[in-house]
Design a binder for this molecule. Structure first.
Ligand SMILES: [Fe+2]
Length: 168
């Protein structure tokens, strides 16, 4: 008889520790994406200065892009048969990024913080991809994470080029 529990456990040809490991990697990434999205919104609302319009728009584009990444990540966790974290408390507990409550940087400071967060994401993802391949032999996860690494690398580049081109 197929119990409900068994029916809900996907059979992906992965070892159990690989499933738990994948969920751990994805949960941390989800929390990081969420924190970064909140930061982008805060900066979108509070940016000032001569480049207000361009930055206000660019921050919006990035938080919209992150909304998609967040949704895909949470649903990917479900595809491993686990429940996704979904509260601010859980995200704060899981994230590797940090917030600066009570602090509103100037436009240059905002861009600098965002570049630094995107690049931290790229570095963490690079480690996670290696773990997915070497420890868990989960090519699907490695491929999924690689797409995210490219997204963050591109977003960091957009911000860096803005500083080079427009100046702040
Ligand atoms: Fe807005």
């Amino acid at each position: 008889m197929v119990t409900k529990e068994k029916a809900m456990m996907p059979d992906l040809g992965l070892k159990e520790n690989a499933m738990t490991g994948a969920v751990e990697i994805l949960s941390k990434m989800l929390a990081d994406e969420f924190l970064l999205r909140v930061k982008l919104r805060k900066y979108h609302w509070n940016v000032t200065g001569p480049q207000f319009h361009a930055l206000h728009e660019m921050f919006e584009e990035q938080y919209e892009a992150l909304a998609t990444l967040i949704d895909e990540t949470a649903e990917r966790i479900r595809a491993y048969g686990a429940m996704s974290p979904g509260t601010m408390e859980e995200f704060l507990d899981l994230t590797r990024l940090s917030e600066n409550p009570g602090n509103i940087p100037n436009a240059a400071g905002m861009v600098e913080n965002l570049v630094s967060d995107h690049e931290a994401m790229v570095r963490n993802l690079r480690e996670d991809i290696k773990t997915a391949e070497d420890n868990y032999e989960d090519v699907g996860l490695a491929d999924f994470l690689t797409g995210y690494l490219q997204e963050h690398q591109e977003m960091a580049w957009m911000l860096r080029s803005f500083v080079e081109t427009a100046g702040i």
